[in-house]
Write a protein that binds this ligand. Structure first.
Ligand SMILES: [Zn+2]
Length: 286
């Protein structure tokens, strides 16, 4: 039975309702004809030109990405600039493009659930609300471990990047309550403090918000919450296989099958680092 893009979009919209996206966001179908057949679906965090080419080379009919390609207004899709090249190459190759962004962040299971699972959290609940929708997750480590052990395990669970993960806090301190927010999260410290998290795992922690949070932690929280910057791409890429499996299951319920494939390209923009500190010596204790 031929599966049409229309049916795949319906399934994706059911998993990640577009009206649950933040008001500033732009989600849903970006390119494609609802009547075109779909047999292979490619998943990626970012719709870069390279990812579009990877999807085309893999024989995909649809590329599902977390980040929008066209969040802000553009006046051309010519190949003379990157977003235009991505759109044009996709359209010429009959590759449809669909985006599930903040609607995937607030979904259950959503982007932060995949990160919570990678952190090994149990008893997971929402961290806070954004525009009235649950954002981020709070969970517990059972048993509690040292910050070093927690960060080491998380680094091993994340896909490799040039920068790895960055940690602020006492490596030997015991941690139990963990707040997570996939992607950029340095505007959610109030939630993290309110729930009394020992660690906050997110990404894109800028100097001033992160330093101010560390200063607050030293004054009023006995050094907590400790911070883990897990990398924007890495923290969100964990969601891709979960989304692919959810879509296959949903389409399967309707009696249709589809092949899914997760991009192997690392769209984290950094290629190497110099002068980074390793984790402090643990004195032989594990
Ligand atoms: Zn993101």
């Amino acid at each position: 039975m031929t599966l049409l893009l229309r049916e795949v979009v319906q399934a994706l919209d059911a998993l990640y309702p577009p009206d649950t996206a933040m008001s500033w966001d732009r989600v849903g179908l970006v390119a494609g004809d609802l009547d075109q057949p779909v047999s292979r679906i490619h998943f990626a965090v970012d719709p870069t030109v390279e990812v579009v080419q990877e999807a085309i080379a893999a024989g995909a009919d649809l590329l599902v990405t977390h980040h929008p390609l066209l969040l802000r207004g553009i006046h051309s899709v010519a190949t003379t600039f990157a977003k235009g090249a991505a759109v044009t190459r996709a359209v010429v190759a009959d590759l449809a493009l669909y985006c599930a962004h903040t609607n995937a962040d607030v979904a259950d299971p959503g982007v932060s659930d995949a990160l919570a699972a990678a952190c090994g959290l149990v008893e997971v609940e929402p961290l806070g609300l954004d525009e009235g929708r649950p954002l981020g997750r709070l969970g517990r480590l059972d048993p509690p471990v040292s910050l070093r052990q927690f960060a080491s395990a998380l680094a091993a669970a994340l896909p490799a990047t040039a920068g790895g993960i960055r940690v602020a806090g006492d490596a030997d301190a015991t941690v139990c309550r963990v707040a997570v927010l996939g992607g950029a999260g340095d505007d959610r410290f109030a939630d993290v403090r309110r729930v009394g998290a020992d660690v906050y795992v997110t990404a894109d922690l800028r100097h001033h918000p992160a330093l101010e949070a560390r200063e607050e932690a030293r004054v009023s929280g006995e050094g907590r919450p400790f911070l883990v910057d897990a990398g924007h791409w890495a923290s969100e890429s964990l969601w891709l296989p979960v989304a692919a499996a959810a879509l296959r299951a949903r389409l399967g319920e309707a009696g249709t099958t589809v092949e899914t494939w997760v991009s192997t390209l690392r769209t984290d923009p950094w290629d190497f680092t110099l002068g980074a500190h390793e984790a402090p010596d643990d004195g032989g204790a594990r």
